[in-house]
Design a protein around this ligand. Structure first.
Ligand code: CA2
Length: 163
């Protein structure tokens, strides 16, 4: 059974275009600088350039956005949805654990969202065990390191119309 409708739009030449957003919340712009034992050694720029390479190979229209501000993340979610985007790979960072406003933003759009965490939030401090955003996402990847971004990206690829 499909978890969500197939994504993407047919263009004239029957090629399917898919538009995805890789969205990162607070402090993720600091990746690679500290705590490599928890988050690995890659910077956010490294992660984004790996995904951009994949997106180019698979003809996916991709956008990247990181912000430390709740409101900017909310605006970006609305913007992607209102402009007919197909999916969001979202690491909400610490907002996962307490931002009702971000949860509401995800719930307010039709666009499927996959939540990702680099670390395993369930094996860390108790305050990280709950994501209040996860229940309004179609799924969550946690604890698989930065590979989680690629897995979520590939999930959306698998959902492309005609694939
Ligand atoms: O594991 C994840 O991806 C997290 O979303 C990362 C957040 C954390 O608050 C979540 O509980 C789990 C932290 C963002 C990055 O924080 C840094 C801390 C030190 C060095 C670099 C980044």
């Amino acid at each position: 059974m499909e978890r969500c409708d197939k994504i993407g739009k047919k263009t004239q030449g029957e090629e399917k275009t898919v538009r995805l957003l890789i969205l990162n919340g607070p402090n993720l712009n600091r990746l690679g600088k500290r705590e490599p034992e928890v988050y690995g050694t890659k910077s956010l720029v490294d992660i984004e350039s790996d995904i951009l390479k994949l997106a180019t190979e698979h003809n996916v229209d991709i956008d990247f956005f990181q912000s430390n501000s709740e409101g900017d993340l909310i605006d970006k979610i609305h913007e992607l949805a209102d402009s007919g985007g197909d999916g969001i790979v979202f690491n909400p960072g610490a907002f996962s654990h307490y931002s009702i406003a971000l949860r509401d933003a995800v719930a307010s759009v039709d666009v499927p969202v996959v939540e990702i965490h680099i670390s395993n939030i369930h094996s860390r401090e108790t305050f990280r065990h709950t994501s209040i955003i996860a229940p309004v996402c179609i799924g969550q990847v946690t604890g698989l390191g930065v590979f989680g971004y690629e897995l979520a990206f590939r999930y959306f690829l698998s959902q492309r119309k005609g694939d």
